[in-house]
Design a protein around this ligand. Structure first.
Ligand code: SAM
Length: 403
């Protein structure tokens, strides 16, 4: 069941007009609403109280978006502008925060709030979240607070998010999800009522639609109940990065990521990354790949070394994969391994192998997802910073080469 767009528009236009007249939005007045929705999630926000008071959200997407200086952030359904203004402060003068809303009165309210707060790197655009008026790959982060559930065409919204995000860009939203047990009759009742939440998706459907739109690393967590069979949730996803062949131009960034991985102490027995000449000599010239994030920045790399010169091992390589710690957990490693598997299988290689420290559970999970199996544990294989460490041996045997 899809929400009625005119009803949604009229409800929020009226709320904005009341707020503009200094009477508050008049929403979230039901029993317990104020404990679960709106301003309650912004106790520490450093903005005028009248701005915070107009929050109609179901969480705080900024708590999950991990904004960085210089980023471009887009807020879908920006309402009174609270999340846009907070984002603008986080990304600083070198960044920009854009609010998108279909309701003129909400845009007027948000612009007034920006002026009151003295925020100059924020702007508010009129438009529908199903047809975002921004160019392809122009945004680093999409946030949204309690809006996508209101859309009558959610596949279009997710498609537009995937279109405007840069490769490696991310989605961090809060939204209302429905229990699997919500019946059609209950949905109809909610659509008739002012909540307009008859179209709230289940977590499974949300995940499927995000995947269908081409987003990866989808993570959905229910946070609190917001109504009968309705939950607030935090949803994160990433637009896959572009994986391209590594060239000498990438060398400095590759070595910096290598060193960052070694510094974390979970990647290798080595403690210092080699110089480029040594790195170059240690890896085969083929199957060297980098993942590119925003503005063509290298965010990870993968490469292989020969295991042996004996011809029986001609189809066996040992790989290393390193992801910039700032973007870990966002699908970069997955994209690199998928591209490596493709590249090596096309060249007739049947086994990719490596070793991982047992404590590196993230790497073990990543490799399992890419089809690697854990062959066994080599105990006390070597000393790392003076401590004997075990290594889990992993391998991926191709099912299409050397069968
Ligand atoms: C529940 S309010 C949330 C506002 C804001 N995100 C917040 O947290 O306070 C929903 C907002 O989304 C806007 N909206 C709803 N559906 C929309 C659509 N399809 N396109 C653009 N804006 C939409 C409404 O005008 C309203 O301002």
């Amino acid at each position: 069941m899809n929400p009625d767009r005119d009803a949604v528009h009229d409800r929020y236009a009226a709320a904005a007009r009341r707020a503009l007249a200094g009477k508050g939005t008049g929403l979230l007045a039901g029993e317990g609403d104020a404990d679960r929705l709106g301003a309650v999630h912004y106790a520490d926000a450093e903005l005028p109280a009248e701005v915070t008071a107009t929050s109609l959200g179901c969480g705080n997407p900024l708590a999950v978006a991990e904004l960085k200086a210089g980023e471009i952030v887009l807020d879908l359904g920006s309402g009174g502008g609270l999340d846009v203004l907070l984002s603008a402060r986080r990304v600083g003068p070198g960044g920009r925060a854009i609010g998108l809303d279909m309701t003129d009165d909400m845009l007027t309210l948000a612009r007034r709030h920006a002026e009151q707060a003295g925020v100059t790197n924020a702007e508010f655009l009129k438009g529908a979240i199903e047809r975002i008026p921004l160019p392809d790959t122009s945004v680093d982060v999409v946030i949204s607070n309690c809006v996508i559930a209101l859309s009558s065409d959610k596949p279009a919204v997710f498609g537009e998010i995937a279109r405007v995000l840069r490769p490696g860009g991310r989605l961090g939203v809060t939204d209302i999800l429905a229990d699997d047990t919500l019946t059609d009759a209950e949905r109809a009742a909610r659509a008739d009522a002012v909540e307009c939440l008859g179209g709230a998706l289940t977590a499974d459907r949300y995940r499927t639609l995000l995947h269908d739109a081409g987003l990866v690393g989808v993570d959905i967590r229910l946070t609190h109940e917001t109504g009968d069979k309705l939950h607030s949730a935090i949803i994160r996803a990433t637009k896959p990065v572009e994986v391209v062949a590594m060239t000498a131009e990438h060398a400095d960034q590759v070595l910096a990521i290598h060193q960052a991985g070694l510094d974390a102490g979970r990647a290798s027995f080595e403690t210092a990354a080699p110089g480029w000449v040594a790195w170059d000599a240690a890896h085969l010239p083929e199957h060297r790949l980098v993942a590119l994030g925003s503005a063509g920045r290298v965010v990870g790399w993968v490469a292989v070394s020969a295991v042996s010169s004996r011809c029986v091992y001609a189809g066996v390589v040992e790989h290393s994969v390193y992801v910039d710690p700032r973007v870990q957990g966002r699908g970069v490693g997955q994209a690199l391994l998928a591209a490596l598997i493709d590249s090596t299988e096309n060249a007739g290689i049947w086994t990719i192998q490596s070793g991982v420290f047992p404590e590196n559970t993230a790497s073990r999970a990543l490799h399992r997802r890419a089809g690697f199996r854990e062959v066994g544990v080599r105990e006390r294989l070597g000393r790392h910073h003076g401590v004997w460490r075990d290594v889990v041996m992993i391998e991926r045997r191709s099912s299409r080469v050397g069968t």
